[in-house]
Design a binder for this molecule. Structure first.
Ligand SMILES: *Cc1c(COP(=O)(O)O)cnc(C)c1O
Length: 639
């Protein structure tokens, strides 16, 4: 379907920025350049066009799709968060300080963890592990001596021991008690190793988050102690004469909190609980307010699940203010404030580049198909007449007729009364009628409800070389929205309305919901692809789902490029990591490469005996087979 307002020459890059809402969701990390390119902008003065980066990757002979990762953006996010808290602390004259931790479950990739650890060093920004494997990984990172290494999640003796060894290595490891029985386990292991533990307690707030992860908080939450258990921990540590080991109160009400009021309510409850523990004799140093800092995926600045109604600055200010207010009222010392932002640190750094490989859709019908033949069925002739006679006064009726006619067409076809040729004509006529109606109503103020999904029906399908299940699983699993923008041609009016389909053989492998300032959009305006490759970028995809990808259809991990932007619009590709080879994917399902090759060879030998294959052809076949085993799992076109 054609996008509205196609006045040639009137479309500017400012219009493109508005159309794709780039300034609203990009947080300043991406922009539309004057030349009509999407650019990454890691810091003031630094910028590079994404298209040029992709072109260089292709020139090097590498295959797409690819994920571009920008360590500078990760560093920028760490700085942004820490500076927001520092500014609030200065403004309110808060006597404690801020020390964040990055929960690595949000993205354990080496470039992510190392970039955050490095950028966080000067801020003593720490890490958080939720499993033994994650802890092993965190312990190996170079961290500021004061930086926290929080251990969350359910723990066995091995986990606790490793955490205690971490203290012996001089790291500020804090073991969070998620359930009461973990306390005795910790005390026992600590005695055995002769290491003094530092423990935190996770408290089940009655406050809840908002949005998709509301259930993470509240009385029914999976993790955490209730008030009674909290006081028992204090009593138990007192008995052991170890109350000074209790250093942190930890709370977390879920991810992507859309409404700042929920943050304030939860922090107030946390701070009151902190004051209560101090009153009970504990000497807590840290108050950990957990994660939940959102990402404004759709740029609407609302409490919609893909958005948030506050900024990082407001988040930090509200936390510092609320903690201080409670501490003043309760006359307790102001603690070191800890937060565990994961999503907000990682989402922006990664962009999935999806090459458009084909376009299909109802607007692609051959125009001559709509003319009835002499011997066409009467229904086809009627539909053709309808097409000719649609006006603004009768389009509603014509629409309903067309829907009915299409149904009749298919019934008659099933019964053998309509030929395959007429079926083709009828379907083309139906689409032509809808197209004509869509064009008629595009400037109408009021469009009846039944025509609302006209856009969706008429949308082109842009087939992109990627797997939704590997690269954007959150879109499929939890309806997450990611901004999608063409990498270039942003100085040209997009003329198509599109949905996106991936190359898996799964009908769920499609994107039909796009960001909008109000609710969501059913289609995305895109350009008609020409001779030049046309690439789409999916932005803000660097949190959580970046490490969740699954191998549907054996499409494996996507290639990655790590990019540093240099002054003057230049960039370096620091590292290119090739995506998974077919063989690796097949082996992960329990097959073995030699077994597969042997089977093909046996079949080829049999074919030679049967004289359907020559020895020469066998060699070629085996070579092609072997090459595919070693190849990328995505579509590869010679360029
Ligand atoms: C997952 C998790 C986080 C991260 O939350 P974000 O919303 O991504 O910042 C923080 N704390 C805990 C305990 C978590 O489980």
């Amino acid at each position: 379907m054609t996008a509205p307002n196609p006045i040639p020459g009137s479309f500017t890059t400012t219009d493109a920025a508005e159309l794709y809402q780039v300034p609203n969701w990009s947080g300043g990390w991406f922009r539309v350049s004057d030349k009509g390119n999407m650019e990454v902008t890691p810091s003031p003065g630094l910028h590079a066009p994404l298209r040029a980066i992709v072109d260089e990757i292709v020139d090097r002979g590498e295959s797409l799709p690819v994920i571009l990762r920008f360590p500078q953006v990760l560093a920028g996010r760490v700085k942004h968060l820490n500076e927001a808290f520092q500014a609030a602390i200065t403004e309110y004259n808060y006597s404690g300080h801020y020390q964040g931790v990055f929960p690595i479950k949000v993205n354990q990739r080496r470039v992510v963890v190392e970039s955050i650890a490095a950028a966080g060093y000067d801020y003593a920004h720490g890490l958080e592990a939720g499993s033994k494997a994650e802890l092993a990984l965190c312990l190996a990172q170079k961290m500021h001596p004061d930086a926290l290494l929080c251990c969350n999640g359910f723990k066995d003796d091995g986990f606790i021991k490793l955490a205690l060894w971490g203290r012996s290595l001089g790291k500020n490891v804090v073991i969070t008690i998620e359930k009461f029985s973990e306390l005795d386990r910790i005390l026992k292991q600590a005695r055995a190793l002769g290491v003094k533990p530092a423990v935190g307690v996770r408290f089940k707030l009655h406050a809840r988050g908002s949005g998709q992860w509301e259930e993470s908080g509240g009385d029914q939450a999976k993790f955490g102690l209730n008030a009674y258990e909290l006081l028992r921990v204090v009593e138990r540590l007192k008995e052991e004469n170890m109350l000074d080991s209790l250093v942190m109160l930890h709370t977390h009400i879920g991810s992507q909190i859309t409404d700042i009021r929920r943050v304030k309510v939860a922090v107030r409850e946390s701070a009151q609980t902190y004051a209560g523990l101090i009153a009970a004799g504990a000497d807590l140093k840290y108050l950990n307010v957990g994660g939940g800092l959102g990402v404004d995926y759709d740029g609407s600045k609302t409490t919609f699940y893909a958005s948030m109604n506050y900024t990082v600055k407001e988040y930090a200010a509200d936390i510092v203010y609320t903690v201080q207010e409670v501490c003043k009222a309760r006359e307790v010392p102001e603690p070191i404030i800890v937060s565990e932002s994961g999503r907000a640190l990682t989402a922006h750094h990664a962009v999935l580049i999806m090459p458009v490989v084909d376009v299909t859709g109802p607007t692609r019908d051959l125009e001559d198909l709509v003319d009835p033949a002499e011997d066409s069925h009467q229904l086809i002739k009627d539909m053709h007449e309808s097409l000719e006679n649609i006006t603004l006064r009768n389009y509603r009726e014509m629409y309903n007729d067309a829907v009915g006619d299409k149904q009749t067409l298919h019934n008659l076809f099933d019964l053998g009364y309509v030929t395959l040729q007429d079926r083709a004509r009828g379907e083309a006529l139906f689409n032509a009628i809808l197209r004509k109606i869509a064009k008629l109503v595009q400037h109408e103020k009021y469009v009846p409800d039944e025509l609302e999904d006209l856009q969706k029906v008429l949308a082109d399908k842009f087939i992109c070389n990627f797997s939704l299940f590997q690269s954007l699983p959150d879109n499929w699993a939890i309806q997450a929205l990611f901004p999608i923008v063409p990498l270039d041609r942003l100085d040209q009016q997009p003329t198509r309305q599109a949905t996106i389909v991936d190359i898996t053989c799964d009908s769920d492998g499609k994107i039909e919901k796009f960001i909008d300032l109000r609710d969501v959009k059913a289609t995305l305006p895109l350009h008609e692809p020409g001779e030049e490759p046309y690439y789409l970028g999916a932005f803000l995809m660097g949190a959580y789902q970046d490490v969740l990808g699954s191998s549907h259809n054996l499409f494996g991990k996507v290639s990655e490029a790590h990019i540093t932007v240099r002054p003057g619009g230049k960039f370096n590709i620091d590292l290119f990591v090739r995506g998974q080879k077919a063989r690796r994917m097949i082996e992960s399902m329990g097959y073995e490469e030699p077994m597969l090759r042997d089977s093909i060879e046996d079949q080829a030998d049999a074919a030679i005996k049967a004289k359907t294959l020559t020895t020469e052809e066998e060699n070629e076949l085996l070579e092609d087979y072997g090459e595919e085993l070693l190849g990328y799992t995505y579509l590869e076109y010679e360029s």
